[in-house]
Design a protein around this ligand. Structure first.
Ligand SMILES: Nc1ncnc2c1ncn2[C@@H]1O[C@H](COP(=O)(O)OP(=O)(O)OP(=O)(O)O)[C@@H](O)[C@H]1O
Ligand SMILES: [Mg+2]
Length: 405
């Protein structure tokens, strides 16, 4: 930016209008520093992303988590990051292919032009049986091949833990044989099981072949998608309707894709990677051990060094493991969260203790800020200060209302 540009930017809108000027300095995106909104004094609030980070948005339903996550996603995408939404639990992200709606444009930063982003949305093939077999608009089918699974994936799918010890040994032996013979089809597994008398194990494996998880015609390589500067989205809307939960198809599908994507990142196949995991309590619940939970927690622990960043969105801090919240460099909570909620968020942290200790004092403090819907508090690890944030709009379109609202 030249000195002249800076001078123009520092001028008040009044002078622009009075002298008939236009603000035409284009907004620039910075891959190390994303601008996400304004504080109560109208100063910009930024996210320092020069190093891989974890951030979470913790707030009740309809408070704007997805709205602000989209703003962050747009900054990431337009500043050259690689972005994956794993998963999109409500098929909401497809609206981001368009430019943000008129009513939100007043909340864009100066000089920023509304624009959509390049995105491909995949619907695992096991959803074929709902929505009358129709693919949702702007979605594409995706499937896996048998050879994409690790032993753990296959164990999860056949619900290995409920097998008898003998059946588990049979499975382990079968897996060894599959590796030795390079088995890649269900027919081959059936033959192996028949030869060895592994009837029960075959029954389980045969069942998963009926769930439309595998279909080589629809096998997608998510890494190739990401390499073409395209946001990758996995649409899981309506999974509960499928009645396939016991087989963890959703978990395994996501695990396979996360594994490939992370490996590609470790091999430096693309730029800084941001994985968005909205509705986190479902994939990484505090109680329960769905198979992708372990993988995501592991990634949070070890992948920062490889340039993998994570964003989480969930409603209550207690619904996800404490470790996940603790690992987040940035935490965002609604500015008017009540005392219990605040204490929950801030437990064990040395931030704004006084505000938490005395609810009355805290209330007095926040009422000095003009009550504003959709205002957030930004808490940064190791930083005593709290920033208040009125988010900028996403630059790509935002799904405004969903049914029943
Ligand atoms: N900063 C904002 N400015 C204006 N409108 C907003 C803002 N944030 C959210 N909204 C509006 O509030 C509604 C809810 O937002 P959003 O879907 O992002 O909430 P959410 O917390 O993700 O909800 P859920 O938990 O149901 O997923 C939307 O209609 C959205 O347009
Ligand atoms: Mg949401």
């Amino acid at each position: 930016m030249t000195e002249h540009d800076e001078l123009l930017l520092s001028c008040d809108d009044y002078y622009f209008t009075a002298f008939g000027h236009q603000r035409d300095i284009p907004y620039t995106y910075d891959k190390d520093d994303w601008v996400i909104g304004l504080d109560e004094d109208k100063c910009e609030v930024n996210l320092d992303v020069s190093e891989a980070f974890r951030a979470c948005f913790i707030a009740a339903t309809r408070t704007g988590k997805t709205f602000i996550i989209r703003r962050v996603m747009d900054e990431a995408y337009h500043s050259g990051w690689t972005v994956a939404v794993l998963p999109d639990a409500k098929d909401e992200y497809k609206s981001s292919m368009g430019a943000v709606q008129k009513e939100f444009q007043k909340n864009l930063p100066l000089g920023e032009k509304p624009k959509g982003l390049k995105m491909r949305i995949f619907r695992p093939r096991f959803f074929r049986d709902i929505d009358d077999g129709q693919l949702p608009s702007k979605n594409e089918w995706a499937a896996l091949e048998l050879k994409d699974l690790t032993k753990t994936d296959l164990q999860t799918l056949i619900n290995y833990t409920v097998l008898t010890p003998k059946q588990q040994l049979d499975f382990d032996d079968l897996w060894e044989r599959m590796q030795e013979t390079d088995t890649s089809t269900f027919e081959e597994i059936q033959t192996l099981c028949a030869e060895c008398g592994y009837t029960k194990v075959w029954e389980k494996i045969r069942f998963i072949n009926t769930c439309n998880l595998f279909d080589s015609r629809f096998r997608i390589d998510p890494v190739e998608v990401l390499k073409s500067k395209t946001v990758l989205v996995l649409n899981y809307e309506g999974f509960d309707k499928l009645d396939l939960k016991d087989n963890s198809l959703d978990q395994v599908f996501m695990s396979v894709w996360i594994r490939w994507i992370k490996d590609a990142k470790k091999n430096n196949e693309f730029s800084n990677l941001l994985i968005i995991n909205d509705e986190t309590a479902r994939w990484v619940p505090r109680n329960g051990e769905p198979s992708c939970k372990k993988q995501i927690l592991e990634s949070i622990d070890v992948d920062a060094g490889f340039g993998v960043s994570w964003i989480f969105g969930f409603q209550r801090a207690e619904s996800v493991p404490e470790g996940l919240v603790r690992q987040c460099k940035y935490k965002f909570i609604p500015y008017n969260a009540d005392r219990n909620t605040l204490e929950g968020y801030l437990k064990g942290e040395n931030i704004i203790q006084n505000m938490v200790v005395d609810q009355k004092q805290y209330r007095e403090y926040i009422t000095t800020l003009k009550a504003k819907k959709f205002r957030w508090m930004k808490l940064t690890k190791g930083d005593q200060d709290v920033e208040f944030l009125d988010p900028y709009s996403p630059v790509s379109a935002h799904m405004k209302t969903r049914r029943f609202f």
